[in-house]
Design a protein around this ligand. Structure first.
Ligand code: GRF
Length: 208
C-alpha cells in the first residue's frame, strides 16, 4: 500500500482529483495518509476534512525562521512515514533535507509542458498568461519528480492541451486542469503505486 502525503496551498482541485480516483479505484494500492497546507484558509484542507483525511496547517509565518519551519515541517511529514509526497499546488520551497531524504519520492504537477513556461516565477495564472502572450498553439501539464531545482526533476507524464481562439488565462487554466492535470496526476500516482516508474540516468522510465 503506497502511503501518500499531499502538500497543498490553495483550492485543492488536484487533491480532489486524487481523492476521487482513490475512492473510485482508478488509483490502486494507495492511501492518502495526510494533507498539509501552509495556508490555513486553503479550501484543500476542507476537501480533506470532508473525506476524513487527516490534515494540518504548518506555515513559515508561524516560525521565527525558515530553518525552524523546515524542521517542524519535516517532522510532520516524517510522522506519517510517506512512501510518496505529492505537491499539488504547494507554494512553499521544499527543504533541501526533505528532497535528499525523499529522493525520487516527491512529485509535482506543473501546469505547462516543461521545459516551457516553468521555473522561478511561473506558477498559477502566470503560466497561462505567458503562454497566451507567446502565442503557443499547444499547452499542457507535467508531472515530474522534485529535485533541488525549480520544475527541473525527471519528467514522469505530460499531456498536451489545445489553445483555443479567445482563450483568457482563466479559461486556459481551467482547460489545462480538466483535460490534463486532473488526469495525469492520479495516473502518475497509480503508476508509482504499482512499481511502474523508475529513474534511470536522470530520466523517469514508465512501464505500462
Ligand atoms: C494547479 O494549477 C497546479 O498545476 C499548480 O497549482 C495549481 C493548484 O491548483 N501547481 P489546486 O489547488 O490543485 O486547485
Amino acid at each position: 500500500m503506497l502511503e501518500v502525503v499531499v502538500l497543498v496551498s490553495g483550492g485543492g482541485t488536484n487533491l480532489q482529483a486524487i481523492i476521487d480516483a482513490v475512492e473510485a479505484g482508478t488509483i490502486t494500492n494507495t492511501r492518502i495518509r495526510g494533507v498539509i497546507s501552509n495556508n490555513k484558509n486553503a479550501y484543500a484542507l476542507k476537501r480533506a476534512e470532508k473525506h476524513g483525511i487527516e490534515n494540518l496547517c504548518i506555515s513559515p509565518k508561524d516560525y521565527a525562521s525558515r530553518e525552524e519551519f523546515n524542521v517542524k515541517f519535516m517532522e510532520a511529514v516524517d510522522g506519517w512515514s510517506p512512501d510518496l509526497i505529492v505537491l499539488a499546488g504547494f507554494l512553499v520551497v521544499i527543504p533541501p533535507a526533505m528532497i535528499e531524504k525523499y529522493r525520487n519520492r516527491i512529485i509535482n504537477i506543473h501546469p505547462s509542458l516543461i521545459p516551457s513556461f516553468c521555473g522561478t516565477g511561473f506558477y498559477g495564472l502566470k503560466v497561462h498568461e505567458a503562454a497566451l502572450s507567446r502565442g503557443v498553439k499547444v499547452v499542457g501539464a507535467t508531472v515530474h519528480f522534485v529535485d533541488e531545482g525549480t520544475d527541473t526533476g525527471p519528467i514522469i507524464l505530460q499531456k498536451a492541451v489545445e489553445v483555443e481562439e479567445g482563450d483568457t488565462p482563466e479559461i486556459l487554466q481551467r482547460r489545462v486542469m480538466e483535460e490534463a492535470e486532473w488526469r495525469i496526476l492520479p495516473r502518475a500516482i497509480d503508476l508509482i503505486a504499482n512499481g511502474k516508474v523508475e529513474v534511470r540516468d536522470g530520466r523517469a522510465v514508465v512501464s505500462s
